[in-house]
Design a protein around this ligand. Structure first.
Ligand SMILES: Nc1ncnc2c1ncn2[C@@H]1O[C@H](COP(=O)(O)OP(=O)(O)OP(=O)(O)O)[C@@H](O)[C@H]1O
Length: 237
């Protein structure tokens, strides 16, 4: 994980205390607790079905929690890039951006939006209708839409799925830039090499529970890579 960065580890912007969520009679989240700290890039990893997206949905208010508490700092602006893209598919990329831009009353300048679009290599696609986009291009548009509210906390649910290697690198650089500009970031990913490059802290989930919280370089240094640690911890539990 990133060695060179000093994160202010004091200010909790979100505190999740023992949340549980049942869906269709199954306990999907079981007493999940963790904090999100200002200025950090926090990654949530875990096998398929671990409960990462459910956690994100509880945080963003799409799901109500059955028990526990989510304390958010007052005035905190949160934006979510959902796992499943949501667009007006019959409109062009530009029109989708315009609708969200107007909704957020143009908080971001046009220059800034164009910068994001160029960083992600999206400019050539925006005059085309969204239903014609590939999976990766949709992810890039979804990312831009999530940025239009200029949030304090950006929640990215598998932002890089379907992206080619160059697009991944560009998105990674943009995430790092956004973080340097002061945004806190929570992301989920299956790409552990990518997580190692991005995250300040990693949480490992499985079966609706947290196996490891606060995974930082000290713990990781005992392993060759985050992937090795993941196989060890997830395999044992
Ligand atoms: N709407 C739903 N109806 C029924 N089961 C659901 C629903 N949403 C989630 N689940 C179940 O909850 C569990 C956790 O799913 P979730 O999508 O949160 O996991 P995940 O860690 O994000 O997985 P993945 O890595 O595959 O995206 C899974 O067993 C899933 O089948």
């Amino acid at each position: 994980m990133r060695m060179e960065k000093t994160v202010e580890r004091i200010e909790k912007i979100i505190s999740i205390e023992s949340i549980s969520k049942e869906i269709k009679g199954r306990n999907i989240l079981k007493n999940v607790s963790f904090d999100i700290l200002r200025g950090e890039i926090l990654a949530l990893v875990g096998p398929n079905g671990a409960g990462k997206t459910t956690t994100v949905r509880c945080l963003s208010g799409i799901f109500n929690i059955d028990s526990g508490v989510i304390n958010k700092m007052e005035g905190l602006d949160i934006s979510v890039m959902p796992e499943k893209d949501f667009f007006w598919e019959k409109y062009t990329g530009w029109k989708n951006i315009k609708i969200c831009f107007d909704y957020f009353k143009g908080i971001l300048t046009r220059e800034k939006i164009e910068y994001y679009i160029n960083m992600l290599g999206l400019s050539g696609f925006l005059t085309k209708k969204v239903y014609t986009y590939s999976k990766g291009t949709k992810r890039k548009l979804s990312f831009v839409l999530a940025l239009l509210s200029d949030p304090d906390l950006l929640i990215l649910d598998e932002p890089m799925s379907g992206l080619d290697p160059l697009s991944r690198k560009n998105m990674r650089n943009l995430i790092l830039e956004l973080n340097e500009d002061g945004k806190s970031i929570l992301l989920t990913s299956h790409d552990l090499a990518e997580v190692e490059k991005l995250a300040d802290r990693v949480i490992v989930m499985k079966d609706g529970k947290i196996l490891v919280d606060n995974l930082i370089n000290d713990t990781l240094s005992k392993y060759k890579s985050l992937e090795d640690l993941f196989f060890d911890i997830v395999g044992r539990n």
